[in-house]
Each structure stands twice: as structure tokens, then as C-alpha cells.
Design a protein around this ligand. Structure first.
Ligand SMILES: O=c1[nH]c(=O)c2[nH]c(=O)[nH]c2[nH]1
Length: 297
């Protein structure tokens, strides 16, 4: 019987890295969670325990902190490219690098009506994400956001669905629709105005969520994705994931009280999970862009 080592990679996950810019009294802050992983001929580390080609995960972590000082953090996409290019170009056995970054945003505290120089409040709307891959299939950047919690209190329907002996859901033409959006979009270039495009993609998706008379969360996702692809030729593809955070009108009829979509119970679980990939026809090949791990997740 032959037993074969399959796909593998190794790295340091979730280094929490805060970079303060303090060259003037008005400081700046970038707050990241950085994961690095290396790919290449590392079979011996698994098969015989030979570490001679292994750049320790501890060193990978140190590199991220050193680059935060020496190169700075213009954007998480650029920082990921800096790290990935370094590992592939400068560390001999490394053939591919995957850098995943989350960014937590802060906004300046307002003190006596003015923005404070060095005190911030956490800005909680969403977490910005980037996943950078450099390797045999080239350079790939995936921008994204997660945990963007959205709710609309009307303008959402769900009706006309299949029904069988287990169907109990009533049709509705006016419901609450809520989600915590997880969106990832693949760029077809690495020469991108990362911050501007990020802000616009978020704005476009929120606008579609708000303005479409939604017949289903599926339809809302489609409109979000097409709006982004129509406005941004530098984006090849989006992958969207949206839990349907159900809000059920509470039965107050039992107490002789009308409930005209005014009082809801917000269900925690279970939740519908609606997912879609939306791609531009003729988009460049994704190569390893979506290869996140050794295949376990
Ligand atoms: O937008 C929705 N899509 C569904 O597929 C679905 N299924 C369900 O029970 N409620 C909903 N809502």
C-alpha cells in the first residue's frame, strides 16, 4: 500500500499587528490580523522531520512585524503583496506564499468637538480582508469584507416558492431582511487604487441591498455582484456569502394585539445561508487565487 503526502503548506496564523505612525503629533493607526503560509518543496519536514528547507513560522511572523516598520502599511492589499513577494523572491526554496489579512478600523475620538490626535474608538461596521497569493500561477489579490451587518425593514419579499408536505413557511410580500455579509472579490490586476475601490465596492453593495425590491436574498446578491462588476473593470469575480438573519413577526394575536410587521423575534440560529460566485465573462484565470489552505477549509 502506498501512502502519499498530498497538498501541504505551513505558516503563522493570526499575528495581531498594530502599526502606529507617530512622526507628527497627529498619529495614525493600522490594526491587523496577519496570516502567512509558504508553499514549496517542504515534503522532507513532514516525511523525515528534516527542517533544512523550513523557514520557521516564527520568522514569518517576525518578517510581518519588521515590514510593518520598514515598508509601512499603505493598504492591506499592498502589505500582503510586499510580504508574499519577499518570501517567494528572497527565500530560496519558497515557491508560493499566501498572505491573509484582516483589518479592524478605528475612528478618531471627538473631544470638545474636535478629532483627537491619538485616541480612537473602534469602528465596528465591518472587517476589511485581503488574501494575496504569489506563486506559479502569478500574483493574485482578493479584496473583501466580512461581518457587514445590514437590515432593511421593508422592501423584501419571499413568495412563490416550492411547497411539499413539510412546507409551513407563509408567503410574504413585506418582511425584514437582514444579513452579515461576507464578500470577496478577485482583482485582475495588482495596480489598483485599493482604498478607493474598496470604499466604492462597499457603497455599491449597500446601495443594491437598500434599493432593490428584493424577491429573495439570492436576487439581492446577484444585483450586488453585477453592480460591482459593471462599475469596476479591474474586478474579475465576486464570491458572496450571506446568512439570512431571520426576523419573525411575533404572534401578538394571542393577546388580541395587532402586529403589522412592528414587533419581531430576531432568530440567532438556524439561518439560511445564501452563497454565490458572480464572474465576468472572459475573466482571467483564477490560478491559485482561491487556494486558501492545504485543502482542509
Ligand atoms: O431570501 C430567501 N431565500 C431563501 O431561499 C429562503 N428560504 C426561506 O425559508 N426563506 C428564504 N429567504
Amino acid at each position: 500500500m502506498a501512502i502519499i503526502l498530498g497538498d501541504h503548506q505551513y505558516g503563522k496564523a493570526e499575528s495581531r499587528l498594530v502599526r502606529i505612525y507617530r512622526d507628527s503629533p497627529r498619529h495614525e493607526i493600522r490594526d491587523l490580523n496577519v496570516s502567512t503560509a509558504l508553499r514549496g518543496p517542504f515534503e522532507a519536514a513532514y516525511l523525515t522531520g528534516d527542517q533544512s528547507k523550513v523557514l520557521p513560522t516564527d520568522t514569518q511572523k517576525n518578517t510581518a512585524y519588521a515590514f510593518a516598520k520598514s515598508k509601512g502599511i499603505e493598504s492591506i492589499e499592498e502589505f500582503g503583496l510586499d510580504l508574499a513577494r519577499h518570501f517567494v523572491a528572497d527565500i530560496d526554496p519558497v515557491e508560493g506564499a499566501r498572505i491573509e489579512i484582516e483589518e479592524y478600523a478605528w475612528e478618531r475620538a471627538i473631544v470638545d468637538g474636535a478629532e483627537h490626535d491619538h485616541t480612537w474608538l473602534r469602528k465596528g461596521q465591518e472587517i476589511r480582508t485581503a488574501a494575496v497569493t504569489v506563486g506559479a500561477s502569478g500574483e493574485h489579490v482578493i479584496g473583501g469584507l466580512k461581518d457587514l451587518v445590514l437590515l432593511k425593514s421593508t422592501g423584501s419579499e419571499f413568495a412563490g416558492f416550492l411547497s411539499d408536505e413539510f412546507t409551513t413557511l407563509p408567503e410574504t410580500h413585506d418582511r425584514v431582511m437582514a444579513t452579515a455579509l461576507d464578500a470577496k472579490w478577485r482583482y485582475s490586476s495588482t495596480a489598483v487604487a485599493w482604498d478607493e475601490v474598496y470604499a466604492d465596492v462597499k457603497k455599491l453593495m449597500v446601495k443594491q441591498f437598500a434599493t432593490l425590491q428584493s424577491l429573495a436574498l439570492q436576487q439581492t446578491l446577484w444585483h450586488m455582484g453585477t453592480a460591482v462588476l459593471e462599475a469596476h473593470p479591474e474586478i474579475a469575480e465576486l464570491r458572496l456569502k450571506a446568512p439570512n438573519k431571520h426576523h419573525f413577526a411575533y404572534d401578538l394575536g394571542r393577546f388580541g394585539i395587532d402586529n403589522n410587521n412592528e414587533v419581531f423575534t430576531a432568530a440567532d440560529r438556524p439561518y439560511g445561508l445564501i452563497e454565490a460566485t458572480i464572474t465576468r465573462d472572459g475573466a482571467p484565470d483564477s490560478g491559485d487565487a482561491w487556494r486558501a489552505s492545504a485543502g482542509l477549509a
